[in-house]
Design a protein around this ligand. Structure first.
Ligand code: PLP
Length: 360
């Protein structure tokens, strides 16, 4: 047992006094549902990303469902997804009765773009990409493939809001892009999400689908859902985005501190000319389960992101009996360690020591 045993959570939501004031401002205004706060948050977020349109929704899963409804997915259409991702990426494909087609990952822990073309058939209707933990994918390759086969790229940017590829913000490379503002995210509205596009028609369609498919008052041109964002949430978002550059800068400093001080662990490969937002700080180790138990025993909370390739999850098994070697190997060797706005250097040192002393 270490002296000064600490309890360090994996994440703490970044809620400041100004966020609380923003909520109070809305509660005092007597307009709580989707209104001017949401519109303002959409405009600020689109402007931050450098994209034309944004549609605020109740979470990142809804945003993905809207993206897939916007491209009219039909039963038995195929959608290419990475073999290692959060469950929501694949679930959105199933909600639309389409078939997920898994593709292994590379050293960046993102989809291996050299394996995508062999999975394209005349039923392929989309490629969904994620940037695991904020580590940026090869968007030049993804866009080349999307163009060559005329298959839209949908970016599930739930983990990469704030990341950049060659000076262009992530969550913008796809025909339609989505993100999540869940409690653990770098910018959080506790629950929330957004859809982004440069295409005006898709924007109007996404707006309608968010609100029961309503294209004009009580006229419902699409099958939609209630995916609306409230003004309470929009107000938190407005408050958060105004300090986001600073939050991101601090986060990158914390990540660099880990990189400089952790010994005998591997980090996911980062592509040149990319900027990671470090939603996750990921380490890759041989003795993963033992190290994880050790860290938890020392009071350090962790996450295994993710414990199995998505095709091995129960509801996805029937779509493939292949083993995706890199996704499998990664799911057995990866740990996500604490990184959040208020983690102190003393806490980071404690984590670094616990890992370095363990001798992985
Ligand atoms: C890759 C990915 N896609 C989608 C989602 C879903 O977002 P939400 O939890 O806001 O529904 C998440 C959530 O973390 C995610 O990591």
């Amino acid at each position: 047992m270490l002296i000064n045993h600490m309890k360090i959570p994996w994440s703490i939501p970044n809620i400041e006094e100004e966020d609380k004031k923003a909520v109070k401002r809305v509660l005092d205004s007597e307009w709580y549902s989707m209104g001017k706060e949401v519109k303002n948050f959409e405009e600020k977020t689109a402007s931050y990303l450098g994209i034309n349109h944004a549609v605020g929704v109740n979470n990142g899963t809804s945003a993905l469902d809207i993206a897939l409804k916007c491209i009219n997915l039909k039963r038995d259409d195929e959608v290419i997804i990475p073999a290692l991702t959060y469950i929501a990426t694949g679930n959105a494909v199933l909600y639309n009765c389409a078939k997920p087609v898994f593709t292994d990952i590379d050293d960046t822990l993102n989809i291996d773009t050299s394996l995508i073309e062999e999975n394209i058939t005349d039923k392929t209707k989309a490629i969904i990409n994620i940037d695991l933990g904020g580590n940026v994918s090869n968007y030049d390759n993804l866009l080349k493939i999307s163009k060559k086969y005329n298959v839209p790229l949908i970016v599930d940017g739930a983990q990469s809001f704030g990341s950049e590829y060659k000076g262009v913000k992530c969550c913008t490379h796809g025909l339609i892009n989505t993100t999540s503002f869940h409690a653990a995210k770098i910018i959080t509205t506790i629950e929330g999400g957004m859809v982004f596009t440069n295409d005006k028609e898709l924007f109007l369609k996404a707006q309608a689908i968010r609100n029961q498919g309503e294209s004009s008052k009580y006229i419902h041109g699409y099958l939609g859902n209630n995916y609306r964002m409230t003004d309470l949430i929009g107000a938190i978002g407005n408050s958060q985005i105004s300090r986001f550059n600073n939050t991101l800068k601090q986060r990158r400093q914390m990540a660099n501190y880990y990189k400089e001080n952790l010994k005998n662990v591997e980090f996911p490969k980062e592509l040149p000319d990319t900027e990671n937002c470090y939603f996750f700080f990921l380490i890759i180790v041989k003795n993963r389960n033992k190290l994880n138990q050790h860290l938890n025993k020392e009071g350090i909370d962790t996450r295994i992101t993710y414990p199995m390739p998505i095709n091995e999850q129960k509801q996805f098994k029937k779509y493939s009996n292949k083993t995706f070697e890199n996704a499998k190997k990664t799911s057995e060797s990866i740990i996500s360690i604490p990184i959040y706005h208020s983690i102190s250097q003393k806490e980071q040192d404690y984590i670094v020591n616990a890992i370095n002393k363990f001798g992985v």
